[in-house]
Design a protein around this ligand. Sequence first.
Ligand SMILES: Nc1ncnc2c1ncn2[C@@H]1O[C@H](COP(=O)(O)OP(=O)(O)O)[C@@H](O)[C@H]1O
Ligand SMILES: [Mg+2]
Length: 256
Amino acid sequence: MLSELRAVRYVTPLREGGSLPGLVEARGVGGDPGLWVAKFTGAAQGRKALVAEVVSGELARRLGLRVPELVTVEVDPVLVVGEPDERVQDLVKASGGTNLGMAFLSRALGFDPLAFPVDPLTAGRVLWLDALIGNVDRSWRNPNLLVRAGELWLIDHGASLIFHHNWPRAAAAVDKPYDASDHALLRFGPDLAAADAELAPLVTERLLREVLALVPEVWLDGEPGFGSAQEVREAYVAQLAGRVSGGRDWLPEAAA
Ligand SMILES: Nc1ncnc2c1ncn2[C@@H]1O[C@H](COP(=O)(O)OP(=O)(O)O)[C@@H](O)[C@H]1O
Ligand SMILES: [Mg+2]
């Protein structure tokens, strides 16, 4: 299970982002408050974006990539009483209950390819992950990569796993090619063959089940066409396992 925190203060919106994540102070039972980036269920992208954050982020972590800690954050809309920004008011009021938190990396900088060269194997690992999860949000315009103390961190996986927006057609899209033409790390000569050889054997059904078990039930309940949250979890496992165990039509050319 992800750690369960409760938001105690809304600090500020993070305005660069489209989904209006908020910086909040949150604490666990008996713990000290810390700073977390909250992603809200009431955002336009809805709870599926949060499912994608957890599944893709926790998968990335298990493949050895750096992702800030993910937790759940309970939000009481009373937090934003007096908040002057109406968009924030509306968003947080629509997001009572369980939301996502990502550890805030203070003093991190946005990734700048000119200032931070990435080795081909690391670039290959990140691109391989993005191809597997179909992440459309890692372009050079909007890399969703942070750099702190010489380390590369992956954030913002809400726009991955797009198959979950159309479950009836998901099986037919299992080998869907990934368009890497705008990818932030393409210029570093990503070694996709090495990344595939290293990472594919790690993405087992067992690992995927472990990852899916971390998704809060309330974000999966009531999905049309499924009898239970557990069935939805299994559909994600089957989709990702099927992608890894099949051919490599989904991997960009560079791997061939
Ligand atoms: N864990 C974090 N630590 C530090 N800054 C972050 C973190 N997560 C997000 N940010 C900052 O907030 C911005 C928006 O967050 P992001 O997750 O990319 O949301 P959006 O879906 O709106 O693009 C990021 O581009 C980054 O500048
Ligand atoms: Mg972003």
